[in-house]
Ligand binder design. Structure first.
Ligand code: ZN
Length: 241
């Protein structure tokens, strides 16, 4: 069985639709969402509905999901994120917010652990940016593979005798190693490549493949501007950062 593993959709409908079409064409029958369905871009309702229709094997909660679902003060977010979260709160029904709010911080499926940010302290929304950060998560990882998101930068961390981190395109899972894999962002990539990112996990073949897909960025940008969201949120999509 092949699984599409995606996260940080951030209400970017055009990017998400391209990802789902590709996943179907690539024979994915399972879907796993790593959180941050909403925030930043202009289609939170539509993206949330699509995730719910997929009947995902697991959906974990991201920090934007958490804050959009509540009225918690947003002091520690930068102003762009604050404006977008505030706007997104007005777009979702109480039922939709409740669904977001009730997603788990960590989920388990098959041989997989799933988390948005870190395994050592998932509710603090820390960033795994290097081997040291990854090592802290590995101390809590009990399965061979954990998929995560949050940084919007695809990255592979491998725990063999030491912890190493690399950019990756495709990998084969080896026994006696653990893998902590960031699948990048569907809706707001930040690694300098503006194309939507997600990964395909092939359980039987024991492979993980990173996919990058162009989408209609101009359409997403026009929607952001029409919604009255900050222009910078539109501009950054072309830059991939
Ligand atoms: Zn995010």
């Amino acid at each position: 069985m092949r699984f599409a593993i995606f996260g940080d959709i951030h209400a970017n409908l055009e990017a998400f639709q391209v990802v789902l079409t590709d996943a179907q064409e690539q024979g994915c029958r399972g879907f796993i969402c790593l959180g941050d369905i909403v925030g930043y871009n202009a289609n939170p309702r539509e993206c949330l509905d699509l995730v719910r229709q997929l009947d995902c094997a697991a959906v974990v909660k991201g920090n934007h999901d958490d804050y959009v679902a509540t009225s918690t003060p947003l002091n520690h977010f930068n102003s762009l994120a604050q404006i977008a979260i505030q706007w997104s709160r007005e777009q979702l029904t109480a039922e939709a917010k409740n669904w977001l709010w009730t997603r788990p911080l960590v989920a388990f499926y098959d041989s997989l652990t799933l988390v948005h940010a870190t395994l050592d302290d998932p509710s603090s929304w820390g960033y795994v940016l290097n081997q040291l950060d990854a090592a802290a998560s590995f101390t809590w990882q009990k399965t061979p593979i954990c998929f995560f998101g949050h940084t919007h930068v695809p990255r592979l961390y491998v725990h063999g005798t030491t912890v190493a981190g690399f950019p990756f395109k495709e990998l084969r899972i080896e026994p006696n190693k653990q893998y902590f894999i960031n699948v990048g962002s569907v809706g707001q990539p930040r690694d300098g490549d503006p194309r939507a990112a997600y990964a395909i996990f092939d359980r039987e073949a024991g492979t993980v493949q990173l996919r990058r897909l162009p989408y209609d960025i101009e359409r997403t940008q026009a929607k952001i501007i029409a919604a009255g969201l900050p222009l910078k949120l539109a501009e950054r999509l072309s830059l991939g950062k």
